[in-house]
Design a binder for this molecule. Structure first.
Ligand code: GPP
Ligand code: MG
Length: 295
């Protein structure tokens, strides 16, 4: 990072920065992460162990949290699956790295170097401390930077991942940056929740409004993902709609005393198919077009 790259660039990013700066004591993430040092800011797919809901009440809450944490950690398998075989000398960029959970799992599993980028200072301090404690501070680095304008050199990564973070950025701008950072033939893997504009015109719905308000985010239509990828030479090789699989996590979380109030919006969004949970893997074309703004 050099000083010439401004990190917080506009009013929306200022608002977002303030939102995350104030979220230093988010128990639902801190208590889960404290179980094994993997702190996540994403959700999960697949079913939960339904017996946790039938155990005596005094043990139930702890078991729900443990199950949520297991599911959030296993969610990173989606990214691993999208990445495929990654050589240990590869460089991976984790765009929107939160408190580091995804970056650490990728490094532990693949042995590669991972750079996490995030513009929340307390997340960066937190994840750097964890990297030292985990003994991987040389291989897993966290940078205070804007993921849409990192200032990192062109073609310096073989892989870019974003795990439920693209609802915070302009997709054309972000994918332009990722395409710049990737070597030709490099791969971008994203997991996101998005509006299904095949069923709701322009992707608007009350549950999407509720989620946007809750997280200060801007959920994008599914078609915008495809257009912004194509505009930047990122050619999808895998697209998985995991909407149905994303429902149980929110059912389980609705039973937690740490639920935050956003659960019913996700449940309603996924059950109505107005909100989708998507995995995309895309490779950068050899001579890609570059479009940082929608035409
Ligand atoms: C919410 O997960 C995650 C996002 C809104 C995506 C971006 C997160 C980054 C750190 C870049 P969460 O685990 O913070 O939500 P909750 O507190 O509701 O579990
Ligand atoms: Mg969480």
């Amino acid at each position: 990072m050099t000083a010439e790259y401004e990190i917080i660039r506009n009013e929306y990013e200022q608002q977002l920065h303030s939102h995350w700066a104030a979220k230093q004591h988010d128990d639902i993430n801190l208590l889960l992460g404290a179980m094994d040092g993997l702190y996540h800011h994403h959700y999960a797919v697949g079913d939960f162990d339904r017996t946790v809901l039938t155990v005596p009440a005094d043990q139930r809450q702890q078991l729900i949290l443990r199950e949520m944490h297991r599911m959030e950690s296993e969610q990173v398998e989606l990214i691993l699956d999208g990445l495929g075989a990654v050589p240990a000398n590869a460089r991976v960029l984790d765009a929107g790295s939160g408190r580091g959970g995804t970056s650490f799992i990728l490094h532990d599993r693949l042995g590669c170097r991972v750079d996490g980028v995030n513009f929340c200072e307390h997340h960066i301090a937190f994840s750097r401390k964890l990297a030292e404690a985990r003994g991987c501070g040389d291989s897993v680095r966290f940078h205070y930077a804007n993921m849409t304008a990192t200032g990192f050199p062109d073609a310096s990564y073989q892989y870019v991942v974003s795990n439920e973070t693209t609802m915070y950025v302009d997709l054309f701008e972000a994918f332009h940056e990722f395409a710049r950072l990737l070597e030709p033939g490099g791969r971008y893997v994203l997991v996101t929740w998005c509006a299904n504009d095949a069923v709701a015109a322009s992707g608007a719905s009350p549950e999407i409004d509720a989620i946007n308000d809750h997280y200060v985010c801007r959920i994008h239509p599914r078609s915008t993902y495809m257009r912004a990828l194509a505009a930047n030479g990122l050619v999808p090789s895998k697209v998985r709609d995991l909407t149905a699989e994303a429902i149980p996590y929110w059912e389980l979380r609705s039973h937690s005393e740490l639920r935050t109030g956003v659960e019913s919006a996700f449940l309603q969004g996924y059950r109505s198919n107005r909100l989708n949970y998507l995995l995309v893997a895309a490779e950068l074309a050899q001579s890609p077009p570059r479009v940082s703004h929608e035409g």
